[in-house]
Design a protein around this ligand. Sequence first.
Ligand code: ADP
Ligand code: MG
Length: 153
Amino acid sequence: SAMVERFLADEAATMRLGEDIAMALRPGDVVALRGDLGAGKSTLARALIRALADDVGLEVPSPTFTLVQSYDTRVPVHHFDLYRLSSADELDELGFPEVLADGAALIEWPERAEDRLPDTAVTIELVHRDDGRLAQITGVGPALERIARSLAM
Ligand code: ADP
Ligand code: MG
Protein backbone atom coordinates (compact mmCIF):
# COMPACT_ATOMS: atom_id res chain seq x y z
CA SER A 1 0.00 0.00 0.00
CA ALA A 2 1.17 3.49 -0.74
CA MET A 3 -0.02 7.07 -0.83
CA VAL A 4 1.04 9.63 -3.36
CA GLU A 5 0.11 13.29 -3.13
CA ARG A 6 0.22 15.92 -5.82
CA PHE A 7 -0.78 19.55 -5.42
CA LEU A 8 -2.79 20.77 -8.42
CA ALA A 9 -2.46 24.56 -8.55
CA ASP A 10 -4.92 25.04 -11.39
CA GLU A 11 -7.14 23.24 -13.90
CA ALA A 12 -4.16 22.61 -16.20
CA ALA A 13 -2.44 20.70 -13.38
CA THR A 14 -5.52 18.53 -12.92
CA MET A 15 -5.47 17.79 -16.65
CA ARG A 16 -1.75 16.95 -16.48
CA LEU A 17 -2.40 14.45 -13.69
CA GLY A 18 -5.02 12.77 -15.90
CA GLU A 19 -2.56 12.63 -18.79
CA ASP A 20 0.18 11.19 -16.55
CA ILE A 21 -2.16 8.49 -15.26
CA ALA A 22 -3.21 7.66 -18.83
CA MET A 23 0.44 6.81 -19.59
CA ALA A 24 0.49 4.23 -16.79
CA LEU A 25 -3.02 2.82 -17.23
CA ARG A 26 -3.46 -0.85 -18.20
CA PRO A 27 -6.55 -2.94 -19.02
CA GLY A 28 -8.21 -4.10 -15.82
CA ASP A 29 -7.23 -1.04 -13.78
CA VAL A 30 -10.06 0.51 -11.78
CA VAL A 31 -9.60 4.15 -10.78
CA ALA A 32 -12.09 5.60 -8.29
CA LEU A 33 -12.38 9.40 -8.40
CA ARG A 34 -13.59 10.80 -5.09
CA GLY A 35 -14.31 14.37 -4.13
CA ASP A 36 -17.15 16.86 -3.72
CA LEU A 37 -19.07 18.46 -6.56
CA GLY A 38 -16.60 20.73 -8.38
CA ALA A 39 -13.53 18.96 -7.01
CA GLY A 40 -12.28 18.21 -10.53
CA LYS A 41 -13.21 14.53 -11.06
CA SER A 42 -14.68 15.11 -14.53
CA THR A 43 -11.84 17.44 -15.51
CA LEU A 44 -9.34 14.70 -14.65
CA ALA A 45 -11.38 11.96 -16.34
CA ARG A 46 -11.81 14.01 -19.54
CA ALA A 47 -8.07 14.73 -19.82
CA LEU A 48 -7.22 11.08 -19.13
CA ILE A 49 -9.65 9.82 -21.80
CA ARG A 50 -8.44 12.39 -24.35
CA ALA A 51 -4.85 11.30 -23.70
CA LEU A 52 -5.78 7.64 -24.23
CA ALA A 53 -7.57 8.64 -27.45
CA ASP A 54 -4.63 10.83 -28.49
CA ASP A 55 -7.28 13.43 -29.36
CA VAL A 56 -7.31 16.68 -27.36
CA GLY A 57 -10.69 17.64 -28.84
CA LEU A 58 -12.49 14.36 -28.18
CA GLU A 59 -16.05 14.88 -26.94
CA VAL A 60 -16.29 13.39 -23.43
CA PRO A 61 -19.91 13.79 -22.34
CA SER A 62 -20.82 13.44 -18.69
CA PRO A 63 -22.20 9.94 -18.06
CA THR A 64 -24.44 11.25 -15.26
CA PHE A 65 -27.65 9.99 -16.90
CA THR A 66 -26.29 7.01 -18.85
CA LEU A 67 -24.15 5.99 -15.81
CA VAL A 68 -21.40 4.76 -18.15
CA GLN A 69 -19.75 5.89 -21.38
CA SER A 70 -17.24 3.56 -23.03
CA TYR A 71 -14.32 4.51 -25.28
CA ASP A 72 -12.50 2.34 -27.78
CA THR A 73 -9.15 3.95 -26.94
CA ARG A 74 -5.57 2.60 -26.82
CA VAL A 75 -6.56 1.03 -23.53
CA PRO A 76 -10.36 0.67 -23.72
CA VAL A 77 -11.84 2.73 -20.91
CA HIS A 78 -15.25 2.89 -19.26
CA HIS A 79 -16.15 6.22 -17.64
CA PHE A 80 -18.76 5.85 -14.91
CA ASP A 81 -20.60 8.56 -13.01
CA LEU A 82 -22.63 6.84 -10.31
CA TYR A 83 -24.11 10.02 -8.79
CA ARG A 84 -27.63 9.02 -9.87
CA LEU A 85 -27.32 5.33 -9.09
CA SER A 86 -30.27 4.45 -6.87
CA SER A 87 -28.72 1.35 -5.34
CA ALA A 88 -25.60 -0.74 -5.76
CA ASP A 89 -27.88 -3.51 -7.12
CA GLU A 90 -28.47 -1.37 -10.21
CA LEU A 91 -24.83 -2.00 -11.12
CA ASP A 92 -25.62 -5.64 -11.79
CA GLU A 93 -27.97 -4.52 -14.59
CA LEU A 94 -25.03 -2.70 -16.20
CA GLY A 95 -23.05 -5.95 -16.08
CA PHE A 96 -20.63 -4.16 -13.78
CA PRO A 97 -18.14 -7.01 -13.15
CA GLU A 98 -18.05 -7.93 -16.86
CA VAL A 99 -17.51 -4.30 -17.85
CA LEU A 100 -14.69 -3.96 -15.30
CA ALA A 101 -13.02 -7.06 -16.70
CA ASP A 102 -12.94 -5.58 -20.19
CA GLY A 103 -10.65 -2.54 -20.22
CA ALA A 104 -9.95 0.05 -17.57
CA ALA A 105 -12.54 1.97 -15.54
CA LEU A 106 -12.78 5.52 -14.21
CA ILE A 107 -15.51 5.84 -11.63
CA GLU A 108 -16.91 9.13 -10.34
CA TRP A 109 -18.96 8.83 -7.12
CA PRO A 110 -17.52 5.37 -6.36
CA GLU A 111 -19.14 5.54 -2.89
CA ARG A 112 -22.41 4.57 -4.61
CA ALA A 113 -20.90 1.23 -5.71
CA GLU A 114 -20.45 0.30 -2.04
CA ASP A 115 -18.63 -3.06 -1.89
CA ARG A 116 -18.79 -3.73 -5.65
CA LEU A 117 -15.37 -2.18 -6.38
CA PRO A 118 -12.37 -4.52 -6.48
CA ASP A 119 -9.90 -4.34 -3.56
CA THR A 120 -7.20 -3.44 -6.07
CA ALA A 121 -8.93 -0.21 -7.13
CA VAL A 122 -6.78 2.93 -7.10
CA THR A 123 -8.49 5.84 -5.36
CA ILE A 124 -7.80 9.44 -6.32
CA GLU A 125 -9.36 11.84 -3.84
CA LEU A 126 -9.47 15.49 -4.84
CA VAL A 127 -9.81 18.02 -2.04
CA HIS A 128 -9.84 21.82 -2.11
CA ARG A 129 -6.51 23.27 -0.95
CA ASP A 130 -5.82 27.00 -1.17
CA ASP A 131 -7.04 28.06 -4.63
CA GLY A 132 -6.25 24.64 -6.13
CA ARG A 133 -6.71 20.98 -5.29
CA LEU A 134 -4.75 18.31 -3.49
CA ALA A 135 -4.84 14.86 -5.12
CA GLN A 136 -4.35 11.97 -2.71
CA ILE A 137 -3.76 8.70 -4.52
CA THR A 138 -4.10 5.51 -2.50
CA GLY A 139 -4.63 1.82 -3.02
CA VAL A 140 -3.23 -1.65 -2.65
CA GLY A 141 -1.69 -3.72 -5.39
CA PRO A 142 0.15 -3.56 -8.69
CA ALA A 143 -1.96 -0.84 -10.36
CA LEU A 144 -1.28 1.62 -7.55
CA GLU A 145 2.42 0.73 -7.55
CA ARG A 146 2.68 1.16 -11.32
CA ILE A 147 0.85 4.50 -11.26
CA ALA A 148 2.81 5.77 -8.24
CA ARG A 149 6.11 4.82 -9.90
CA SER A 150 5.11 6.57 -13.08
CA LEU A 151 4.02 9.75 -11.24
CA ALA A 152 7.34 9.87 -9.38
CA MET A 153 9.28 10.16 -12.65
P1 ADP B 1 -16.49 17.30 -10.52
O1 ADP B 1 -16.60 16.33 -11.67
O2 ADP B 1 -15.63 16.79 -9.40
O3 ADP B 1 -17.83 17.75 -10.01
P2 ADP B 1 -15.55 19.22 -12.49
O4 ADP B 1 -14.32 18.65 -13.09
O5 ADP B 1 -16.82 19.10 -13.28
O6 ADP B 1 -15.74 18.61 -11.02
O7 ADP B 1 -15.35 20.75 -12.18
C1 ADP B 1 -14.20 21.17 -11.52
C2 ADP B 1 -14.12 22.69 -11.58
O8 ADP B 1 -12.94 23.08 -10.88
C3 ADP B 1 -13.96 23.20 -13.01
O9 ADP B 1 -14.56 24.47 -13.06
C4 ADP B 1 -12.44 23.31 -13.18
O10 ADP B 1 -12.07 24.34 -14.06
C5 ADP B 1 -11.99 23.62 -11.78
N1 ADP B 1 -10.68 22.99 -11.46
C6 ADP B 1 -10.25 21.76 -11.79
N2 ADP B 1 -9.04 21.52 -11.28
C7 ADP B 1 -8.69 22.62 -10.59
C8 ADP B 1 -7.53 22.99 -9.82
N3 ADP B 1 -6.51 22.13 -9.65
N4 ADP B 1 -7.50 24.21 -9.26
C9 ADP B 1 -8.55 25.06 -9.41
N5 ADP B 1 -9.66 24.79 -10.13
C10 ADP B 1 -9.73 23.58 -10.71
MG1 MG C 1 -18.30 15.24 -12.47
